[in-house]
Design a protein around this ligand. Structure first.
Ligand code: ZN
Length: 186
């Protein structure tokens, strides 16, 4: 497996799929976690484990729209594994705003490098999310990018299990519901 930069331990297993998972079913209703810029910042902090510490003035009001556009592009890509020219260009433009640099840090017995991400503007923040989307599209294995098998669930995940047989967003919710239904059907 290629080395994906944005794998994590969330339900989606990858930051870009967590972007998809900002929409989820709550009591049978499709609910969107990204309602405004503040919600986007909270989501970024949790998903990328960062403290963006973006001054309110650095946000020009286009954050939510920009992030939703990236989510829509990724959603379409997941459904047909293609990018329209317009989407391809849009992604590359967003990526060009991503700002990061390496810093040398000390560790026991030597040195290591650490990536620092600069989040000083709306565009830079959108650039970070675009970087995660690019990581998934360029390096992700399509066979491992899957939607939860439950028809009532819209969550996606990157299957990093050993046997690659993961079927559910979570065993505690969808997996368990499936088990109960199978049991009742007997
Ligand atoms: Zn599910």
């Amino acid at each position: 497996m290629a080395d994906l930069k944005y794998l994590n331990t969330s339900v989606g297993g990858h930051c870009a799929l967590e972007l998809i998972n900002t929409q989820e079913m709550v009591n049978g209703v499709l609910t969107d976690r990204l309602q405004d810029d503040a919600a986007v910042i909270t989501w970024v902090e949790q998903t990328f484990m960062l403290k963006p510490a973006i001054a309110a003035k650095a946000l020009n009001g286009d954050l939510l729209a920009g992030v939703l556009e990236l989510r829509a592009i990724l959603q379409r890509y997941l459904s047909n594994h293609q990018l329209a020219k317009k989407e391809f260009d849009h992604l590359n433009k967003a990526l060009s705003q991503f700002k990061s640099y390496q810093q040398l840090v000390e560790k026991v017995g030597g040195f290591a490098s650490q990536q620092r991400i600069v989040l000083d503007s709306t565009e830079a923040l959108i650039g970070l999310i675009a970087d995660a989307v690019c990581d998934l599209i360029a390096l992700g294995d399509l066979a491992l990018i899957r939607k939860c098998e439950s028809d009532d669930c819209v969550l996606w995940f990157y299957d990093t299990t050993k046997g690659h047989k993961r079927r559910w967003c979570s065993m505690a919710t969808c997996g368990n519901r499936h088990k109960i239904r199978k049991f009742r059907a007997k």
